[in-house]
Unconditional design. Structure first.
Length: 66
C-alpha cells in the first residue's frame, strides 16, 4: 500500500469510480460549512451522509483539495 501511494498510483478524489462528489463540491462544502451551514443540510444537498460531510470539513478525507 505504501509503495503505490509513494509512486502516485493510489486513486483519490474524482478518479475513484464510486465517488459521488467532485473537487468543486468539496470546496463548496468547506465554504458553506465555514459560513455556518449544518452538516445535515449539506448532506441532504450533496446526497451523502452527515458523517461524510464531517470528515470532509475536518480534512480527514479529500485532503488533496485546497
Amino acid at each position: 500500500m505504501d509503495d503505490k501511494v509513494r509512486k502516485g498510483r493510489q486513486l483519490k478524489g474524482e478518479t475513484v469510480p464510486q465517488s459521488k462528489l467532485t473537487e468543486d463540491d468539496i470546496r463548496a462544502i468547506r465554504s458553506a460549512r465555514s459560513l455556518g451551514e449544518t452538516l445535515t443540510s449539506l448532506a441532504t444537498r450533496f446526497n451523502v451522509t452527515d458523517n461524510n460531510i464531517l470528515h470532509i470539513t475536518l480534512r480527514r478525507t479529500w485532503r488533496h483539495v485546497v
